[in-house]
Design a protein around this ligand. Sequence first.
Ligand code: ARG
Length: 262
Amino acid sequence: MFFKLPRRAALAAAAVATAASLAGVLTGTAQAAPQPIVGGSTTTTTAYPYVMQITDASQNQFCGGTLVSPTKVVTAAHCMVGETTSSVRVVGGRTYLNGTNGTVSRVSKIWINPSYSDATNGDDVAVLTLSTSMPYTTLPYVSSSETGVYAAGTTARILGWGTTRSGGSSSNQLRTATVPTVSDSSCSSSYGSDYIASDMVCAGYPEGGVDTCQGDSGGPLIINGKLAGITSWGNGCALAGYPGVYTRLTTFSSLVSAQVNS
Ligand code: ARG
């Protein structure tokens, strides 16, 4: 969805290909095949009950979300662009995309951060108000003062039904993985002025291989048992040198609380 780096991305892709083939030549080893979320393992909504599918009216999943109160779901603003309260459903307790179980709720209100314009400009947060309460455990979210959670190298958990490689197909089963947070300076080196440290945080391994991907957007980045980020954007998926970019939730915690408590 976000290939706003045309020239740089083309150069980067060439550089990655060169580095990869060089590594292959030097070590004589084949590159490991990417695995789903990219690089994760299957899990269930029993293990992560606050992870919601955001679907269209036909219950086709297109984004993720996090249940932070029985009737409030935090997701990405870019997931809600063009959506209306009648076009969206939230599905809880459904591990499989092709399942019919769990709880389906309509949405009575879509709040999109009014400052949002594009994921690479930041402000990528939205809060949905559900018509039906979800009977699932909620996940607390970070307060505005908890900025220490993003210290470089902190382990963060990602979850979603997104594609298991860039351009691939979605995972029928919920997947999860852990990735280390990345420093602002390192992420700025990757993404230049598209990385806005006040609004975003990066997570991923320098060598890539584990990442969120298309369809994971809106879902949680969990640090120390709290919702600390929202899957937002990246250059490709799981590429070396290009970590995933997540909404820095501490920046938007007060805005989210205003919606959650409304
Ligand atoms: N924008 C994507 C979506 O809408 C999420 C991409 C995340 N990319 C990444 N490399 N971590 O689902």
